[in-house]
Design a binder for this molecule. Sequence first.
Ligand code: ZN
Ligand code: ZN
Length: 357
Amino acid sequence: MNHFKKIAEKLESRGLDAMLLSCEANRFYASGFHSAGTDGMALVTRKKNYYFTDSRYTEAAARAVQDAELREVGPGHGYTARLKEAIAEQSIEKMGYEDACMTVRDFETYRKALPCQLVPAADLLTELRRVKDREELAVMTAAQRIAERALEDILKEIRPGAAEKEIAARLQYLMLHYGAENMSFDPIVVSGPNGSLPHGVPSDRKIQSGEFVTMDFGCIYHGYCSDMTRTVAVGSVTEEMRTVYETVLAAQKAGIAAARAGVTGRDVDGAARKVIADAGYGDFFGHGFGHGVGVEIHEAPTASSAGDNPLPAGAVISAEPGIYLPGKLGVRIEDVIVLTEDGCENLTRAPKELLVL
Ligand code: ZN
Ligand code: ZN
């Protein structure tokens, strides 16, 4: 899978002759090939595409990169030299660059060395990546299924005495075992009073009976992330725990019901937030309802109160309201959904009714 053509098609309307992709996520989105950090560069021009990388990657890149000419960089023919060649070959006058992630130092280097104008254009990629195509949805669904298989297994291992860290380690192992390439992020596993830390770090704390355990985790498959959160109870639940759980679930369902192409992130967030506020927990839901997911675990568009643009069809966003009672407990439930013209499709299949293990 690559998106060279999609990017090339946008160049003319932006008045660009080329788009330089040096940051890892955009480079991968364009080429379908992953090399670490700064170890590669893609250049999309109106007529042809280039991929530059060094000898550690050239054989792998030759196997994986299609629709682009591969050129090796090395001593005496670095990235700047390769870019100059391409600029001459394609008569490039205006080259887009990723103002959102290129370092100031690199920008200064290229601005001085390259015989063309550099135009900030990171949003060109942001725009494209907001809308997922069929192939992207297929791999994201597969990534989600891997995480769900891991969840199914881990539920059998959650019991009083199990440590948060141990559960987190097992989740990582299970996702890799079921075919994940990597984690979308370090799994969050928090129990009991730690549950009020939305992004708490798994500790040596041992799970006790009568507590919630919140697990937020996801994996990468074919370069795309999954993301899900489930909160389960161990042993028994109090009336308060049940109320908090049911409120979060109702809020999540309200947000999902409001989610469709054309509404804003604020609308979706607001639908969920209202349920939590009406139940009297408005002060305990501090973060946004959701975020875009794709090549990166957090990407555009946002489904929070800051989202004032209409959401496009094909956007994949998380749906993850939570209630956090400091020092006491926390509940978050997260699915990922894809927006359609008349609603949304839930990519997450794992059950989310209150589960008491
Ligand atoms: Zn998550
Ligand atoms: Zn998330």
